[in-house]
Design a protein around this ligand. Structure first.
Ligand code: GLN
Length: 493
């Protein structure tokens, strides 16, 4: 069966554009037609960047016509999560407080996209300031899961994952603090990478938890993830935590296979606590790896049970400090007719932030306050180190760790919205990697009885993204979960 053009991967479209089988400007029109017909149902985007995208596509066509060199992402549509700054294009963080904010500069990753001739199609919806696991905390709109419009797409990069899953974009960027790329990728049946902390510059990524935040990739398959990661990774002087480590060609020898590799299965993750369909999909996936020559090894990550608690202390502490800058003075929303400066601060922040953001600012301030700092923040930082050591010890024995990305497939919109604790548990399998700073990838590995996608997570040592991509690709080559598409009805505008 031949694919419709918007269903193609980045590699397939790139080949067609470079061989002049299709022009970038014709392809981008197809993409915007697709967006116009499906966006009323999916609501993946906050801003659509059609005019600039068409201009850029025409420029790329001219370069190709005149046989000039073009970038690695020539003519490829990329959707960018709306907490990543784009020059002259709204960057709202899905918050009322930044609803009218237009950054005067590009984030490092956006600059890299432009340098490699990508086309930015729009800015995608998220949980406000990336705080959430379902995109329901967006202050602006609710995004729906393309596989079932009554379900959440996951979060906080739910807009990016839904956009790629519904073929509204070929590639997307998301951001991770505790799982916000991998978890929505799993729930939408696409591929998501959270790189090693420091691998990708945070310059221009709106700060949430600075010691955890990373920009990540969303794509239709593993090879596209390798391509996009290569473009955004690398050292940047503007981010003091950026690592000066050479960026390999992640596509080179991506087909090396897994023969002889050792895969660790953490006993703490494989309990009967998670959904039976997820359990079965993971077990089947491990059988495929064994058939391909990998050895499955039982391991232990003994401090796993503390990860969620530690994360919500560290992330909220950092968030409470990072979000202090939204005070109505320098940029963003300001309340009308305040009664003096204190009233201006209070009302601006009360009116501008949503409930989840306020909850986190309060929790964060509490754990940092004098008298509680040692009991909460300092203690959490120490336990965070133990979690990191768990991984160091495990990686002495194994090449990677495999576990579910999310304990459950996509849940219904509204189902968890009033229970923050249950929502926080959505990230139980993704958060440890952020605390330890290690890379992780989520790839499709099955479907639930209801036909919802299931994701498998592969974790590796710091800076071993290349190995993770090889391991992920070995599975992808053997299976067809990643090529399955949701059935979407075209809606009229
Ligand atoms: N869901 C987690 C949270 O709510 C992670 C968010 C993220 O990774 N940005 O904080």
């Amino acid at each position: 069966m031949s694919l419709r053009l918007f269903e193609c991967t980045a590699h397939q479209i790139k080949a067609k554009i470079l061989s002049k089988e299709i022009r970038a400007s014709d392809f981008i029109k197809i993409v915007f037609d697709r967006i116009k017909s499906l966006e009323p149902n999916i609501q993946a985007f906050i801003t659509i960047n059609e005019d600039e995208a068409i201009k850029k596509a025409i420029e790329i066509d001219k370069k190709i016509e005149s046989n000039e060199n073009v970038g690695l992402l020539a003519g490829l549509p990329v959707a960018v999560k709306d907490n990543i700054c784009t020059k002259n294009l709204y960057t709202t963080c899905a918050s009322k407080i930044l609803e009218t904010f237009i950054p005067p500069y590009d984030a490092f990753v956006v600059k890299r996209l432009r340098e490699e001739d990508a086309i930015i199609v729009g800015k995608t919806n998220l949980d406000e300031f990336a705080m959430g696991s379902s995109t329901e905390n967006s202050g602006l709109k609710i995004t729906r899961n393309p596989w079932n419009l009554e379900c959440v797409p996951g979060g906080s990069s739910g807009g990016s994952a839904a956009a790629v899953a519904a073929d509204l974009s070929i590639l997307a960027l998301g951001s991770e603090t505790g799982g916000s790329v991998r978890q929505p990728a799993a729930l939408c049946g696409v591929v998501g990478i959270k790189p090693t902390y420091g691998r990708v510059s945070r310059y221009g990524l709106v700060a949430f938890g600075s010691s955890l935040d990373q920009v990540g990739t969303v794509s239709k398959d593993v090879r596209d993830a390798a391509l996009l990661l290569r473009v955004i990774a690398g050292y940047d002087l503007h981010d003091s935590t950026s690592a000066n480590v050479p960026v390999p060609d992640y596509l080179d020898r991506i087909d090396s296979g897994v023969d002889g590799l050792r895969i660790g299965i953490p006993k703490e993750y494989f309990t009967d606590a998670f959904n039976a369909d997820v359990y079965k999909a993971l077990k089947d996936a491990l059988k495929i790896y064994e058939r391909l020559g990998a050895q499955v090894v039982d391991i232990s990550l003994p401090h796993t049970e503390y990860a969620v608690a530690v994360y919500y202390i560290v992330a909220n502490a950092e968030a409470s400090s990072n979000l202090a800058r939204y005070d109505g003075v320098r940029y963003g929303y300001r309340t009308s007719k305040p009664n003096g400066i204190i009233d201006m601060y209070c009302r601006t922040r009360s009116e501008g932030f949503g409930n989840e953001v306020k909850r986190r600012i309060m929790l964060g301030n509490y754990v940092l306050s004098s008298g509680y700092y040692d009991a909460y923040y300092l203690k959490a930082s120490k336990v965070r180190n133990l979690i990191k050591i768990d991984f160091d010890v495990a990686f002495e024995k194994v090449d990677c760790i495999i576990c579910p990305t999310s304990p459950v497939p996509a849940f219904k919109i509204g189902e968890r919205a009033n229970n923050p604790l249950e929502m926080y548990l959505s990230d139980i399998y993704t958060i440890p990697a952020n605390l330890a700073g290690i890379p992780g990838i989520s790839i499709p590995c099955g479907f639930s009885k209801e036909g919802l996608p299931i994701g498998m997570q592969i974790l590796g040592k710091h800076f071993e993204e290349k190995k993770l991509l090889q391991i992920a690709y070995a599975f992808e080559r053997e299976t067809d979960f990643h090529v399955k598409k949701p059935v979407l009805k075209i809606s009229s505008m």
